[in-house]
Structures are given as C-alpha cells and as structure tokens.
Design a protein around this ligand. Structure first.
Ligand SMILES: *Cc1c(COP(=O)(O)O)cnc(C)c1O
Length: 383
C-alpha cells in the first residue's frame, strides 16, 4: 500500500488529528466503462474518469466522508476542555463543557456512526425519503437507523414540525440535567468550526495521488465532482486545493463542482455556506480570507430532483448504471445524484467546454464517492 508522503504546511500539520482512516489514501481507480470510447467524437477531447473511494477510506462501519471530518473533531471531544462542542446557537468560543465524562451528541446520519455513546436526533420532516416510503415503519428500522442502533447509538425520532429540528437546546439541557456532558455535532459537522479540515487534507491526498497515477493530459484531475449537502466536504476541498495552488504557484485551478442534492434551499444559500466553510477551514491552515472568493465555489443544482432523499428517475438510473457498468454501488441520497450530474457533464457539454477553455486534448475527471450505501436497505421498495 502507498503511504502518504505529502507534506502539509506547518500550520496545517500542527492541528491535532485523531486517526480514523486507514494510513494509506482511499483508493482512486478508473471508471473505464463509463468513459466515452476514444474517438467518440472527432473534435472532442479524450475523457478519462476516475473514482475516489471515500467509501473505502476507513475500517470503521460504513466508511464515508464523515469519518474524515471527525478526525479533526475527535481531539476536541477528547480534550480536557473542549472548545467547540457548543450548540450552533451558542456564541462561538463559549466554553460550556469542561469535564472528563462526556457524551458525544450528534444530530444526524453518518457522522453519528463514528461516535460512541451517541445520541442521534432524526427529524421526520427532513427530506422525502420517509415521506415517499411505502412502508414507513420499515424505513425507520432499516438503513442508517439499523446501523446506528447496532453500533449502540440511541436513535431518537422527532415528528415533523418538532421545534428540535431547529433548536436542539432542550435535548442538550435534558442531558445536562442527567449529569451528562453532551458534545454537540451539527448535521454533517459542517457548522462545526473544524468540520472542513478533513477535506482540506483530502485535497492534498488527491494531489499526491495525481502524481502516482501518472495521469495523461494536464497530469491532474481537471474536473472534480463531489456531493454538496451540508457543505463542508465541498468547502474543505476548496480550501485544500487553494492551499496547494498557493504552495505550487498557481496554474489554472481544478474545477471542483459541488452537486447539490436537495431543492429545499436555493443555490445562493449553499454558495454562501460553502464559501464560509471554505474560508473557515482556510483560516486554520494558513490562508487569508480573501484568498477564497465566490468565484471558487461552483455549484450545480440541476440534479436535485424533487427532494432530499427522494429517488427520482434520473437518480435511480445513475445508481443502476454505475452498479451494472462499473460494479460500484452508490447511495440513493448523495452519490447517485453526483454520478447523474457527472454522466451528464461528460456526455453533454460541460467537460468538453472545460477542455476547450483550457486547450486540453485530454481531460481527467474525478468522481468522489462519499459513501452512504448503508441507506440503500431503507429504499428496498424503490430500488
Ligand atoms: C453527508 C454526506 C454527504 C454530504 O457531505 P456534506 O459535507 O454534508 O456536504 C455526501 N455523501 C454522503 C454519503 C454523505 O453521508
């Protein structure tokens, strides 16, 4: 296995990290069947497609992008005086959990799988996975819920309209009343100040892998597709790639496309959040605020479908295609929408246009597989 040899800048390397991933990078491999055959169009560039398997980055249950984020959060949880476990509505910096006995508390899905003694708050109103399930009882017992329970988490389900969806203070207060010391991790850990660092580091890992893969064309991944849900995976990558561009003397930046998976909020809402997360991560790793701007945030909202967690026709097609052509299993909520967008960009014009703009005869495309397959079981009635 290839060990990581890349050097993070001093300031970044000093940030405490608790290893949850393997010590080798998550694999990157070609998606040969999905790539258009050479000469598919005389005037078009050659397109190579690769997948980065974040679903194979960690030995822990249902590996996926949340573990990478947690690597930078766990040291705070384990420290004597955690700095960042306040609820998102607490003023930043307020220290309220100084003690040894602690109970990590997580609001959502995947990142909760990585914490022990976790309390998982699930909101029935979030998205349409539950709403569109033909057997709601089964939806609430299978998929991520089943895995969370197996891992010993206490899963609490809140009905649609429950104020806890917007403000979990009462839950935290109750825990404190019971003598527990909760550590709050917001959904996707994106509002957590350290939430973007894992993917800033992943950018350096990808750059390192570009070297060993000996890519054709520009020698690196020109267009990268990644899911954008709560936003810190995308934001962290932006910060990391910016750091690399600055270190290496900037060439044309890689085009990092965040693929939105929910139509609930408009694209500008996500753009602002991603920019905030990118700058926040950037500040920790030695960038200045004005190093990252709006022009660095590329978001595609054409593949959101009809709702968060709803498996529309395009999404299931992409999921099936990836399974049947490449033997790669995606998840119904995030990565299938990313794959759908990527296939469109490869087949229709986006990737070709990028090549023309940059004078490339060969384009390397990277699809980041962020995991999530554990949710599939809850979609058995629809897939
Ligand atoms: C959480 C999650 C995402 C989205 O990551 P964000 O940082 O919240 O944008 C993508 N894919 C999977 C499988 C996830 O669980």
């Amino acid at each position: 296995m290839i060990k990581m040899t890349f050097q993070l800048p001093e300031k970044f390397a000093q940030i405490p990290r608790y290893q949850l991933l393997y010590s080798h990078p998550s694999p990157i491999h070609p998606l040969k069947s999905l790539a258009p055959p050479p000469g598919h169009h005389p005037n078009h560039p050659k397109i190579s497609i690769f997948a980065k398997r974040e679903d194979q980055s960690s030995p822990l249950a249902c590996s996926g992008n949340k573990y990478r984020k947690l690597e930078y959060i766990v040291p705070d949880i384990l420290s004597d005086v955690p700095k960042y476990g306040y609820h998102e509505h607490h003023p930043p910096g307020e220290k309220i959990f100084p003690s040894a006995d602690r109970q990590p508390c997580s609001s959502q899905k995947a990142q909760s799988k990585a914490t022990t003694l976790a309390l998982v708050l699930l909101h029935c109103g979030t998205g349409g996975g539950l709403r569109t399930a033909s057997d709601k009882g089964s939806f609430l017992r299978t998929g991520n819920v089943q895995i969370n329970r197996l891992l010993g988490a206490d899963v609490q389900v809140f009905e649609e309209g429950d104020p806890v969806a917007d403000d979990a203070h009462p839950v935290l207060e109750r825990l404190r009343g019971q003598g527990e010391i909760p550590y709050w991790i917001p959904g996707g850990a994106s509002l957590h100040p350290l939430g973007g660092l894992g993917y800033a580091r992943a950018a350096a890992e990808i750059a390192e892998q570009e070297q060993t893969l000996q890519l054709e064309g520009s020698g690196r991944f020109d267009v990268i597709f990644v899911a954008c849900g709560s936003g810190s995976t995308h934001g962290g990558l932006i910060a990391g790639f910016k750091m690399l561009d600055k270190m290496g003397g900037s060439t044309a930046p890689r085009k990092l496309m965040g693929i939105l998976n929910s139509p609930t909020k408009p694209r500008v809402y996500h753009e602002e959040r991603v920019l905030t997360f990118a700058r926040r991560a950037g500040a920790f790793i030695g960038l200045e605020e004005d190093n990252i701007g709006k022009e660095d945030v590329w978001l595609e909202d054409g593949f959101v479908g009809t709702g968060y967690g709803i498996l529309d026709e395009h999404t299931s097609l992409a999921l099936e295609r990836m399974a049947q052509m490449e033997g790669v299993i995606l998840d119904p909520v995030y990565t299938a929408k990313v794959a759908s967008a990527m296939m469109y960009w490869v087949q229709e014009k986006g990737v070709t246009e990028y090549a023309e703009e940059h004078g490339l005869k060969h384009v390397n495309v990277l699809f980041i597989h962020t995991g999530g397959q554990a949710a599939l079981g809850a979609y058995a009635d629809r897939l």
